[in-house]
Design a protein around this ligand. Structure first.
Ligand SMILES: Cc1cc2nc3c(=O)[nH]c(=O)nc-3n(C[C@H](O)[C@H](O)[C@H](O)COP(=O)(O)O)c2cc1C
Length: 465
């Protein structure tokens, strides 16, 4: 593999972690049961505040290794962009606005082994069965690509894929973005949608696939290139003229059937609930191409950081992007993990006039469909510390004027509290900024000098903070 393709591959990312952050790489050499145990391990790590990449050398009996938890760590995601964790959302936002055309190479690294027709057997892959409620093992790190039957522009994005047979996967397109629309357009023309599933991509591909703010003629692959700062390398696979990242581990070629719906789910979703809501589409696999020494990639599902963090970071970037157009005084956005990485956003601003927090709430809700609650605070509040945010709500809010509701708004299908028929929700804004135009209570602060001295004394007494 040449150097550029390597840098853009999941292998390149794993090399970077092993070399620069060895403490963030956990290799499990013993055989691990793919039924519940691999997921339980990552959730235990999350609970302990640890977020290493986890490589299972032997997951079940497949003989293929499986990596998980590649996207659970802000420090590692920042390193992918060459920045620290704090700058991650802003740099993501800036880079993703400058798409770079892709580079088409002759051959994908996944073209070593080709399995076709009756030989295709997805049950041989080390696909974890993650929660007891899950209807079956799920491919959770499959980037599904297809072209718009009308414009020819392609897309790439994660969609959960339920193992339904040797060559059959249930697929849910519930986020109703490009793939849902492309499939609908193909169906209207009376044919299935040629599609390919790429497994084993770099975390920047994962991030770029989650972007929303782009024109209909922009390829997400071009945004992924923008994140790398160089053309993303793609190669043609065997379905139509679809292209897949040249450095990926494997590509599953097939089609999403027209007019066919089969039961899919339940699945342990990022909401922390079993999700029964699904578009119940069906993907049929015709061919698998993979590297000779391919390994599998699985995203730990449920409320793991692996499942949620990239959604948080990309939404922080998208919301910042939207807010800064009219409110350059917005200083930061936090989309916390504990609120499922989307249902709540906290916005910090240097308020200059009454009404700006309301503007920020409306712009945020207009940007991100999944967001139900927006809290706006002053920039003295550390929005990455939810204790500080709750303190601001407790001390700066008068409910009857500072909390407002927008009933009947379009919400996430996957939110279990949304209306079961219309999927609408009541959205809420909280203005937790100090009131404008009058003196307000003075916040207690400990001067840096006193804090430094206190830390030194505590450290000498054996307490390191
Ligand atoms: C780990 C993960 C799993 C996801 N699973 C699904 C899914 O099963 N169905 C879905 O519609 N969207 C899912 N999403 C959200 C989509 O990937 C996201 O909305 C993407 O932008 C859609 O791509 P598209 O524009 O090609 O449709 C998932 C996102 C992540 C991060």
């Amino acid at each position: 593999m040449d150097e550029t393709t390597s840098v853009q591959s999941l292998r390149g990312f794993l090399d970077m972690v092993r070399t620069r952050f060895p403490e963030e790489y956990l290799q499990i050499r013993d055989r691990v049961n793919p039924r519940l145990v691999s997921t339980a391990m990552v959730l235990e790590l999350d609970r302990a505040g640890r977020s290493p990449v986890v490589m299972f050398d032997k997951l079940g009996d497949s003989g293929m290794a499986c990596v998980t938890n590649i996207a659970a760590n802000r420090k590692l995601l920042g390193a992918c962009l060459g920045v620290g964790a704090c700058e991650l959302p802003t740099v993501f936002r800036e880079r993703s606005q400058r798409p770079i055309p892709c580079e088409l190479v002759q051959r994908g690294e996944w073209d070593d082994v080709v399995i076709e027709g009756d030989e295709v057997d997805l049950t041989k892959l080390p696909i974890p069965h993650q929660f007891t409620v899950d209807a079956a093992p799920y491919i959770t790190a499959g980037q599904v690509t297809a072209r718009d039957p009308v414009t020819g522009i392609d897309t790439t994005g994660f969609h959960r894929l339920m193992l339904a047979g040797r060559n059959r996967l249930g697929i849910s397109l519930h986020s109703r973005r490009r793939m849902y629309e492309y499939h609908r357009r193909a169906e209207q023309r009376g044919h299935s949608l040629p599609a390919a599933i790429t497994i084993g991509v770099h975390p920047l591909h994962y991030m770029g696939s989650m972007t929303y703010a782009y024109g209909a003629d922009v390829r997400k692959y071009e945004i992924i290139g923008a994140l790398f700062g160089q053309p993303y390398r793609l190669a043609r696979c065997g379905v139509g003229d679809l292209e897949a990242p040249a450095g990926a581990e494997m590509v599953i070629e097939g089609e999403i059937l027209a007019g066919v719906h089969e039961p899919e789910g339940p699945f342990g979703e990022f909401t922390g609930y079993a999700s029964y809501r699904s578009t119940q589409n069906v993907f049929v696999a015709h061919r698998i191409r993979m590297r000779r020494d391919a390994f599998f990639h699985s995203i730990t599902a449920g409320m793991s950081k692996d499942h949620i963090l990239i959604s948080s970071v990309t939404r922080e970037g998208e919301i910042l992007n939207a807010l800064r157009r009219n409110l350059p005084n917005v200083t930061a956005v936090h989309v916390p993990h504990s609120t499922c990485g989307a249902f709540l956003a906290v916005v910090a601003m240097k308020k200059t006039a009454a009404g700006e927090p309301q503007m920020a709430v409306m712009a945020t809700l207009g940007t991100e469909l999944y967001t139900k609650y927006v809290i706006v605070v002053d920039d003295d509040v550390d929005i990455f510390d939810l204790n500080d945010v709750f303190w601001a709500i407790a001390t700066r809010v008068q409910a009857e004027k500072d909390i407002f509701f927008i009933p009947g708004a379009k919400g996430a299908v996957i939110d279990p509290s949304s209306d079961p028929q219309s999927f609408t929700v009541t959205k809420m804004g909280i203005d937790a900024t100090r009131p404008s135009g009058r003196e307000f209570a003075e916040r207690l602060v400990v001067p840096d000098e006193a804090r430094d001295r206190a830390r030194a004394i505590l450290s000498a007494a054996g307490i390191t903070l």
